[in-house]
Write a protein that binds this ligand. Structure first.
Ligand code: G1P
Ligand code: ZN
Length: 555
């Protein structure tokens, strides 16, 4: 096998964000751009102890434009950099949770996920690449920081002269007298098998074949084939339970983000009155996010996490209880209340799944989640969209037996009666000029000394800070993880700049208030939070500084 060393120039913008490196496809298409980043990952790995002689790399993506090209390059570079084997999903496809599972099941050295998640795809859309370590989870900051450092000084990359690899035919192809092997694997099978070990498939099958209507929207993205195998082939759901299940390179021209704005086709169906299905769900580009809907009812992701934690023992995998829970800081405190009642620990981490890995590896938490439509458990080290959908179906199956009917809305309402309701909303201001976004954040921080004890209408500020996280497992500290304004009555406003956007800046405002009185819990979140929204705008001067009157997305 002939290995070429290609001289290259560094790029200065290869800093991984909340979840890997995401850029416009056009940026990735620059000569050497992808190669530099991949080589910087390999250089970081070899410096951190090197590869074992039988090192295997798992590679797959969400099928977006540039996926196939990137996979060919990564395979050739893996061969040149000492990997003995690459496992690649058929047609280059693997959902993010499936990659995590494959890494764990086959104990591969690590994996590369090719996705920009919920960002738009196609030639004019985004592409992304993320490295996951041997526990199946996203590389922690000490690795991503090192990759960035290496990318700034890189001078050459290594690539093997291999023919174009057939990634569409299942099976193995060996090169260099068996020293390097590419294994094309069914992308769905192992993942579907794993789900079957966690959930009560016979009970879910009874539910789905007894008149209970569900609608799952894969948003033209990676979960389509997984949904087909799991819901139709294994659980007996009818074909019209699925929509948009053929993955496309540009996600049908849409935005594969399962929220009330971008999953509008599904939302219309689920809010169509009495004839709406009983249960609706959607997942994102790479299959790690989920949105849960009931008949004319939306479940906030923060509430979803709390409901799953409270009902975990209804699911075979968690029948003996859960060790603990974790949520990202901006996620509502609904799950904290469940943890308190179950007498298990609840951890608050910065935004991004990479912060949960240490806690799960140490056995401290079983379930974790984020307000951004991410929930999962220690079965993998990524968030997992279909897992959340199956969890909900399993809970519904348990609560809809022997003639008893229980809707998604009823589950939420009785949850709120028991635990109180954390009324919650997130307002996103997308693609605002970076300078204006920084100015807003700076303006809030300059008020840190004067805000405490100030009154704004019916709210009084207790404290404010810029969130820092101390990882109790590895001792690392992460600063500047979002500005929090905490009020005396327990309400809070959080301001944070997105770390996943590729154009300008995205400013997120997270709003939360607690309502213990069950007679007042059936309120519309925007109405209940209206005064806090005005306070957030006043303190941040967001309208004045960005010229934006309304958020791009409200969740
Ligand atoms: C967003 C979400 C965050 C999630 C990440 C990756 O990051 O807010 O919770 O982990 O996408 O899916 P952000 O754009 O806010 O940095
Ligand atoms: Zn995603």
């Amino acid at each position: 096998m002939h290995i070429q060393t290609i001289i290259t120039q560094p790029f200065n913008d290869q800093k991984p964000g909340t979840s890997g490196l995401r850029k416009k496809v056009k940026i990735f298409q620059q000569t050497g751009y992808l190669e530099n980043f991949v080589q910087s990952i390999f250089d970081t790995l070899s410096e951190a102890g090197g590869l074992p002689t039988d090192a295997t790399l798992t590679v797959g993506g969400d099928g977006r434009y540039y996926n196939r090209h990137a996979i060919q390059t990564i395979i050739k570079m893996a061969a040149a950099n000492g990997f003995a084997r690459v496992i690649v999903g058929q047609a280059g496809i693997f959902s993010t949770p499936a990659v995590s599972h494959i890494i764990r099941k086959y104990q591969t050295f690590g994996g590369m996920i090719l996705s920009a998640s919920h960002n738009q795809g196609g030639v004019h859309g985004d592409f992304g690449i993320k490295y996951n370590i041997s526990n199946g989870g996203p590389a922690p900051e000490k690795i991503t920081d090192e990759v960035f450092a290496k990318s700034k000084v890189i001078t050459a990359y290594k690539i093997a002269d291999l023919p174009e690899i057939d990634i569409d035919t299942l099976g193995e192809t060996s090169f260099d007298g068996g020293n390097f092997t590419v294994q094309v694997m069914n992308a769905v099978q192992d993942y579907a098998d794993l789900m079957q070990t966690l959930f009560d498939f016979p009970a879910i099958k009874r539910l789905l074949t007894s008149g209970f209507q569900m609608k799952f929207d894969a948003m033209h993205a990676v979960t389509g084939p997984y949904a087909q195998e799991i819901f139709i082939n294994r659980l007996g759901a009818s074909a019209h339970s699925l929509m948009n299940c053929v993955p496309s390179e540009d996600f049908g021209g849409g935005h594969p983000d399962p929220n009330l704005t971008y999953a509008e086709d599904l939302v219309k169906i689920m809010f169509s009155g009495e004839t709406a299905p009983d249960f609706g769900a959607a997942s994102d580009g790479d299959g790690d996010r989920n949105m849960i809907l009931g008949k004319n009812f939306f479940v906030t992701p923060s509430d979803s996490l709390a409901v799953l934690a409270a009902n975990a023992t209804l699911v075979p995998a968690y029948v003996h209880g859960i060790a603990g829970v974790a949520r990202s800081m901006p996620t509502s405190g609904a799950v904290d209340r469940v943890a308190a009642k179950l007498n298990i620990p609840c951890y608050e981490t910065p935004t991004g799944w990479k912060f949960f890995g240490n806690l799960m590896d140490a056995g401290k938490v079983t379930l974790c989640g984020e307000e951004s439509f991410g929930t999962s458990s220690n079965h993998v080290r990524e968030k997992d969209g279909l897992w959340a959908v199956l969890f909900w179906l399993n809970v519904l199956a348990q609560k809809n037996t022997a003639g008893a009917a229980c809707s998604v809305e009823q589950i939420l309402k009785s949850h709120w009666t028991e635990f109180g309701r954390n009324v919650y909303s997130r307002h996103d201001y997308e693609t605002i000029p970076t300078d204006a976004a920084n100015d807003v954040m700076q303006h809030i921080k300059t008020q840190f000394a004067s805000l405490p004890n100030q009154k704004f209408g019916s709210y009084a500020v207790k404290t404010c800070d810029d969130f820092s996280y101390h990882d109790s497992i590895d001792g690392s500290v992460s600063h500047n993880q979002g500005v929090r304004i905490l009020f005396v009555d327990g309400s809070r406003i959080v301001f944070r700049l997105s770390g996943t956007g590729t154009e300008g800046a995205t400013l997120r405002i997270y709003l939360e208030a607690f309502e213990p009185d069950s007679t007042k819990q059936s309120v519309d979140a925007q109405g209940a939070l209206a005064e806090m929204i005005q306070i957030a705008l006043k303190i941040s001067q967001l309208k004045e500084k960005t010229g934006r009157d309304t958020p791009t997305v409200i969740t």
